[in-house]
Write a protein that binds this ligand. Structure first.
Ligand SMILES: [Zn+2]
Length: 343
């Protein structure tokens, strides 16, 4: 039977072909309409084993028309007293898709939204929740309040300029009608709360990647939403004026000592993990390594370009976002350390 034989030869190739298509970012699903433009990406919902905790995983790379701005992760927890959402994705359309996914799982109202930090790729979806989910309160660390004032110092990102840039890069999903939703409630060190039968703890870990970086623990389920304090499967982004790598390392240290140890980690970008230490390792080792290499250069008065050329980047070279981020990261740290050495 020639057809069967052929099928037998082709079938094992299918996972490879799907993998290749994913790598090329070419996978498109049937477009799903939202009030903010159609989303054509597969928007798969995953569930943490044995827990009412769900999440979506963004694509790697910087937000562009190809990935429709879907570059970050977000999730939600279903309790019998309402839904707690963590982060809201990078466009109102994606926020709306997340809301649709929530509605496929539960009719419970959205009780609140916790935002890991005020960067565009995690907050533009809030608009959809404000307009279509009964205006649930948005919680974030207090420094988020300065975000819309155009004060880059508050969050390491100039809100107005970023919105302009996204209106170009992510049109039509980000357009003239897109606006920034500020938090309704803020915390400083953190906040603990209960919704229905579940208890939650939110802790401020910043300044790290951003000044307001916060994490959420779903205590009864042993699930940690780490926001951008943990990057997985790609070179972390350190190149923002408000990134504080020294304090970031302290935050990672604090995460590695959480008791009881979370059994499941959902990072701000990249794949989830059942191994907290492994999830922390890439971010921590990368920051340590760049700091070490640049500290040596600063101590020996080696100019940045020369130090960068001489450094051995082989262990990070093949990771996504290396080309886009590594040099900027190294330069940022070089300047930071140079500044410290002059003081
Ligand atoms: Zn992010």
């Amino acid at each position: 039977m020639p057809i069967c034989n052929k099928a037998r030869r082709v079938l094992p190739l299918i996972p490879w072909l799907v993998g290749l298509a994913l790598l090329a970012g070419a996978v498109r699903a049937e477009p799903v309409a939202t009030p903010y433009g159609a989303v054509s990406l597969p928007f798969e919902l995953h569930q943490v084993p044995d827990a009412p905790v769900y999440y979506v995983i963004g694509l790697s790379g910087v937000p562009d028309a190809e990935n429709e701005g879907h570059t970050s992760n977000a999730g939600f927890v279903v309790t019998d007293g309402g839904v707690v959402v963590f982060d809201a994705l990078g466009t109102p359309a994606l926020g709306y898709r997340l809301l649709q996914r929530i509605r496929e799982v539960t009719d419970q109202p959205i009780e609140r939204i916790i935002v890991s930090h005020y960067h565009a790729d995690h907050i533009y979806g809030l608009q959809a929740f404000k307009e279509h989910a009964g205006d649930p309160p948005v919680w974030a660390q207090a420094r988020a309040l300065g975000y819309a004032g155009g004060s880059a110092a508050s969050q390491g990102e100039d809100a107005e300029r970023r919105l302009e840039q996204r209106r170009e890069a992510l049109f039509p999903w980000v357009d003239e009608d897109t606006y920034v939703v500020l938090p309704d409630k803020v915390f400083v060190e953190g906040t603990s709360f209960e919704v229905g039968d579940m208890s939650f703890e939110v802790l401020h870990m910043g300044p790290a990647h951003a000044p307001g970086d916060s994490i959420m623990l779903v205590k009864d389920s042993g699930v940690l939403f780490s926001g951008d304090v943990i990057y997985k499967g790609r070179v972390p982004f350190l190149d923002s004026p408000q990134t504080d790598t020294q304090h970031w390392l302290k935050g990672l240290e604090a995460l590695s000592q959480l008791e009881p140890e979370p059994r499941f980690v959902i990072p701000g970008h990249g794949q989830p993990s059942e191994d907290l230490e492994g999830a922390i390792a890439l971010t921590r080792d990368y920051i340590r390594y760049v700091r070490e290499v640049m500290a040596e250069a600063v101590a020996d008065f080696v100019p940045f370009d020369e130090a960068y050329e001489q450094a051995d980047w082989s262990r990070y070279h093949d990771l996504p976002a290396f080309e886009a981020s590594n040099r900027g990261n190294a330069y940022r740290i070089y300047l930071e350390l140079e500044d410290q050495s002059l003081q």
